[in-house]
Design a protein around this ligand. Structure first.
Ligand code: DAH
Length: 332
């Protein structure tokens, strides 16, 4: 092979390597020009047939050719690799100027929102938050609240007993937290007690065996029904609107005397909605809880959170508050 032929080989090989548009084509060009069956390999095999001078001269040319082709191949391989990377980056490019997908943050359930609103009204008036256990002794749930064993209220409350002989119940109301507070704190005291309560009621549009109350209790010297009324008026207006009025109707609870059902006026029509029970703490309850009824008096109230939530938001079936239907949840 003479120098001219070697130059022709070089040009053809470099052109093929440079023209290879992808890794497969490049590999074909490599096999064709640098592989075991390439003209270059054949020429190198034929070197042995040449005389020593010729062999040295042509051998050097072929080696130089092989070196150049190897370098050209490596360069083309790197170019193709870089191009592929650029292409991928382009394809996977993120458009950060596009509109963002809206996050859907979670939020408290309607019942929790209303419970917090109620509690906030009273903490704003200076009440503290107190809590008690849901598994409660009958003594706190009933006896110390002036509801003796044979009292009909025990039957009407459909108590769920945890252990009847040990007198352990699921609390039927949050009023036992009143007892716990009076047994451990000296007047003046003012607490609100939010929490779950339990009754063996069948489920329907207005009943659930588990529901939520916020109990209130204020004991100090010289507390009167007027303080109760003013406090409840502030509560009703905070939750239902500044134009609302409250009305106290005589009622009965074993732990208050006198007792009242409290109504809030409708916004539109001239009507009243019952929102809670309340009263002046019965002196017998104060005495049982170690507070001198000659010196102190107090008022108490019990708010049904579900009822307030339903009235305020036009919910007609209490089950909607527990079903976790996404359409309902999304509305609040
Ligand atoms: N404990 C009563 C109930 O669950 C609600 C209640 C009424 C609580 C009057 C009170 C109150 O503190 O004074 O039906």
């Amino acid at each position: 092979m003479d120098a001219q032929e070697i130059e022709a080989l070089r040009r053809a090989a470099l052109a093929d390597l440079a023209a290879a548009a992808d890794p497969d084509a490049l590999e074909q060009a490599r096999v064709a020009h640098l592989g075991r069956r390439s003209p270059l390999a054949a020429a190198q095999k034929e070197l042995g047939a040449l005389d020593a001078d010729e062999r040295r001269r042509v051998g050097a040319l072929l080696n130089a050719l092989k070196g150049d082709l190897t370098t050209a191949h490596a360069e083309r391989r790197d170019e193709l690799g870089a191009a592929a990377l650029r292409e991928r980056l382009e394809a996977e490019r993120l458009d950060l100027t596009g509109p963002a997908r809206r996050p859907r943050p979670g939020r408290p359930h309607l019942l929790t929102q209303v419970e917090h609103e109620i509690v906030d009204v009273f903490t704003g008036l200076g009440f503290r938050v107190a809590e008690g256990p849901e598994v409660e002794s009958g003594r706190y749930n009933f006896d110390l609240l002036n509801i003796p064993p044979e009292h009909p209220a025990r039957g009407t409350m459909d108590t769920i007993y945890v252990d009847e002989t040990a007198d352990v119940v699921l609390r039927t109301h949050t009023s036992p937290v009143q007892v716990r507070t009076m047994l451990t704190q000296e007047p003046p005291l003012a607490v609100v007690c939010p929490g779950r309560v339990y009754r063996a009621d069948a489920v329907d549009a207005t009943h659930s065996p588990v529901f939520t109350q916020v109990e209130g209790l204020l004991v100090a010297e010289g507390v009167s029904m007027a303080h109760l009324r003013g406090t409840l008026l502030a509560f009703a207006r905070a939750l239902f609107g500044d134009d609302r009025e409250v009305r106290l109707r005589p009622s009965f609870f074993p732990f208050t005397e006198p007792s009242a059902e409290v109504d809030v006026s409708y916004a539109s029509a001239s009507g009243w909605l019952e929102i809670l029970g309340a009263g002046m703490v019965d002196p017998a309850v104060l005495t049982a809880c170690g507070i001198d009824p000659e010196r102190y008096s107090g008022f108490a109230f019990g708010i049904g959170v579900e009822r307030v939530a339903m009235l305020r938001h036009g919910v007609t079936d209490i089950r909607d508050l527990y079903d976790a239907d996404a359409r309902f949840l999304a509305a609040f």
